[in-house]
Design a protein around this ligand. Structure first.
Ligand code: ADP
Length: 417
């Protein structure tokens, strides 16, 4: 890890911001949607009512077999619901021609299923051709999309799928889904078939792309870490696609509503919550600081007067240099700027609290120094402050659910009256 941390690769637009994805209008509304594959058997999806808002990435996550893929395929009617309605941008599409619906929805799956005997450009042009675009427009669009997903059109447009790596093929899959600029994308474990490093890179690229194209996305995964990283909101599903909890990743990590969610998000969820807060949002108490040329006696006085056991010494350019305690001040065998441990744990203001914690742990210090981009001193964050933030996040999430419950109870009373 580098000593200073630049903008962290954090999740979708919502990750550190306070933007509420549900402020946007509803794009997809599932109303009591149900799927029974075998008559008489238990439904794979049981009366699911769910809203997906414009421009959000809603992640469906849950154990294998809980009905995630079925739910996704109900949305574009690759399979037909046995009950319920599907409303798409205020239009009831439950009974319209499914092919027509699918042209408005991009679909990306694991191992994407590119057509092996078609070039990359032809693969990307699949939907535009169906829509009757002319060859020139289709070619232009395909080049534009290759650029967008980071593949040089001159190199890749005439290649065949077998000439691509897994990561490149997955990028083409995304480009193909975006070809006709559909407002909605459905993604079923899109990055599941590549190695962890490629997956991480594809996720980051996709989040950057989404910041640009702002599609409404339903994203299926069984991996809670991927869900936390990618989702503006996460729906944690239990069997039969029953929603156990639906909320922002930060709130789910701070306040799992029951044991099922708690077990599913697993240990370390509290620490994961630190990804959602930035150092710049902290109230940092003043920390005792000395300069390289501060006389020893004065440094001693500053330490005595402070509530801390350490002083921070800055170098001649105002950058953190060394930690000094009482023992170092008493060591007159060397000049002050040569004693005391060198400052290693440093983070920039825009770093997340998780970055700050990581810096503290890797440098075995209970504190990290916050610096400007040019390395000059801003303040010191103590590990205790992170504990306080975790407590605050929990309290806020609990309050949110209590208010939600109170509102629901009031609504029920009003409906019963
Ligand atoms: P997930 O995507 O969460 O792993 P699925 O939606 O694939 O779950 O499956 C949900 C349930 O529906 C499972 O019990 C699965 O066996 C069943 N199922 C899925 N597809 C079919 C099918 N085509 N025919 C019958 N049962 C199916």
């Amino acid at each position: 890890m580098s000593e200073t941390t630049s903008t962290p690769q954090v999740g979708a637009a919502g990750m550190v911001s306070d933007r509420d994805p549900t402020d946007a209008p509803v794009m997809i509304h599932l109303d009591g949607v149900e799927k029974v594959y075998t008559p008489g058997a238990a439904p794979a999806v049981e009366k699911l009512t769910l809203d997906v808002h414009k421009g959000e990435i809603l992640v469906l996550v849950g154990p294998s077999g809980c009905g995630k893929s079925t739910t996704l395929r109900l949305i574009n009617r690759m399979i037909e619901p046995t009950a319920g309605r599907i409303i798409f941008d205020d239009e009831d599409v439950t009974d319209i021609d499914a092919n027509e619906l699918r042209r408005r929805i991009g679909y990306v799956i694991q191992r994407i299923g590119l057509f092996p005997h078609q070039t990359i450009a032809e693969n990307i042009g699949t939907v535009p051709r169906l829509l009757g675009w002319d060859a020139e427009r289709t070619r232009k669009r395909s080049d534009e999309l290759l650029d967008l997903v980071g593949l040089e059109p001159g190199i890749y447009r005439d290649r065949y799928p077998k000439e691509l790596s897994g990561g490149q093929a997955q990028r083409v899959g995304v480009a193909r889904a975006l070809a006709a600029d559909p407002p909605v994308m459905l993604m079923d474990e899109p990055f599941g078939a590549v190695d962890p490093i490629t997956r991480d890179r594809l996720q980051n690229e996709f989040l950057r792309l989404q910041a640009e194209v702002q599609k409404t996305i339903v994203f299926v995964t069984h991996d809670i870490d991927e869900a936390v990283k990618m989702g503006d909101r996460i729906a944690i599903l239990r069997e039969r696609s029953v929603v156990a909890q639906l909320d922002t990743p930060a709130r789910i990590l701070s306040y799992p509503v029951d044991d099922f969610v708690d077990d599913f998000i697993g240990s370390g969820s509290t620490l994961k919550g630190l990804h959602f807060e930035r150092v710049s949002g902290l109230q940092i108490p003043e920390y005792p600081v000395v300069r390289r040329d501060t006389p020893r006696e004065e440094a001693g006085r500053i330490l005595d007067m402070s509530d801390f056991r350490w002083l921070l010494m800055l170098d001649e350019r105002g950058r953190p240099a060394r930690w000094l305690n009482e023992t170092h001040l008493a060591d007159t065998s060397r000049p002050l700027h040569e004693v005391g441990p060198v400052v290693r744990a440093m983070v920039e203001r825009n770093a997340t609290l998780h970055d700050a914690l990581e810096a503290m742990i890797t440098s075995s210090a209970g504190q990290a120094v916050i610096v400007h981009r040019d390395g000059t001193y801003v303040g010191v964050v103590q590990i205790e402050l992170l504990t306080e933030v975790i407590g605050r996040m929990r309290r806020e999430a609990r309050k949110h659910y209590e208010e939600l419950e109170a509102t629901q109870a009031a609504e029920q009373r009003a409906a019963g009256a």
